[in-house]
Design a protein around this ligand. Structure first.
Ligand code: PHE
Length: 332
């Protein structure tokens, strides 16, 4: 019994058990002698043998159970995965705050059934100015504002040429030329937003940048009114900024809309302009072959950086482009 209880593994336990029950064991010897035992001793001896067998088996079972538990515990320990160890964290990038604002703005319009379109950043004078009713003498075309692109080519291959450039090319000063490209390629009704990057020959300061972003919008349909435009803009502001922002339209001028307006939002203690808008000028419709008697429309152009500054209380436009991670990672 002692040997059984001390058995450190299954082999030792088996060996101990054979010692008790094996052919040469004491118990076996006694069992063999049972036949020759005197009749009065036989039953007592038989009972004692049975009792001895049971006790040994019970001890073996008990020891086996202990060894089973130990084996399982040992296996669990051996196969243990320490899930509490911190993994090696991958540093993920995320979208730039301007990209995020553009997407969120477009989402509001998508929810109103608009589609998203885009156009090239290098434009011809026709798309950027003429088709938009901006004549050559217009101050917006001044070289003070516009960055012209020399496409004469430096490597002789003309690889960086604008494909259809037979006239002066420039970095687009607004996203409005995409309106023209859209109207040329698609028949009304049109409900589109056109986000993108624009360029002006501007000296950088807290509120000016030579590159910035706009979200252009264009609707062309029958029976479109100024009221539709005002309602759309109001809905957008409510959806994007939430309640508690005061907005107003004020009269403005753009050559490609008539009448034109500006959109201002009350911020801290002043009105901040964030968009230009207006009813599409009949001349622009005629330029793309739409009959102004059949089709009317409105257009708008939001300054994305302005919207972002307002939304997040940012007071210097340069922080968007400095690539200081401490600033950018606040907008995950
Ligand atoms: N393109 C104008 C700008 O850059 C904004 C605008 C867009 C105005 C559409 C009216 C309609 O200032």
């Amino acid at each position: 019994m002692e040997e059984i209880e001390r058995a450190g593994d299954f082999e030792a336990l088996d060996a101990a058990r054979s010692t008790v029950f094996g052919r040469k064991s004491r118990l076996t010897e006694i069992r063999r002698g049972l036949a020759e035992a005197p009749p009065d001793v036989k039953p007592v001896l038989g009972k004692a043998l049975g009792e001895a067998n049971r006790r040994v088996e019970t001890a073996c079972d008990a020891r086996r159970a202990v060894l089973d538990l130990a084996r399982e515990a040992e296996m669990l320990e051996r196969e243990r995965l320490d899930l509490t160890l911190p993994g090696r964290r991958m540093r993920h990038g995320h979208r730039h705050v301007i990209t995020r604002v553009i997407r969120e703005m477009c989402d509001v319009f998508l929810s109103m059934g608009y589609r998203v379109a885009s156009g090239p950043e290098v434009e011809t004078e026709w798309y950027n100015f003429e088709a938009l009713n901006i004549p050559a003498w217009h101050p917006a075309r001044s070289e003070m504002d516009t960055l012209y692109v020399d496409t004469s080519g430096t490597d002789g291959t003309g690889a960086d040429r604008v494909p259809d450039a037979t006239e002066a090319t420039l970095l687009r000063t607004h996203t409005s030329p995409v309106q023209v490209r859209l109207m040329e390629s698609t028949q009304p009704p049109l409900y589109h937003v056109m986000p993108g990057r624009v360029f002006r020959n501007e000296t950088q300061d807290a509120t000016h940048s030579a590159q910035f972003h706009q979200v252009e919008g264009l609707v062309v349909d029958s029976d479109v009114t100024f009221g539709d435009m005002a309602g759309t803009i109001e809905h957008f502001c409510h959806e994007y900024f939430g309640p508690g922002y005061d907005i107003r339209l004020f009269p403005d001028f753009f050559p490609f809309t008539e009448p034109s307006a500006g959109l201002e939002v009350w911020w801290e203690d002043k009105w901040l302009e964030i968009a230009g808008l207006g009813m599409v000028d009949p001349n622009v419709l005629r330029n793309v072959g739409f009959d102004p008697e059949t089709w009317q429309g409105f257009a708008f152009g939001f300054g994305v950086e302005r919207v972002a500054m307002l939304r997040y209380g940012i007071d210097d436009i340069r922080t968007f482009y400095n690539n200081d991670v401490r600033f950018l990672e606040q907008f995950v």
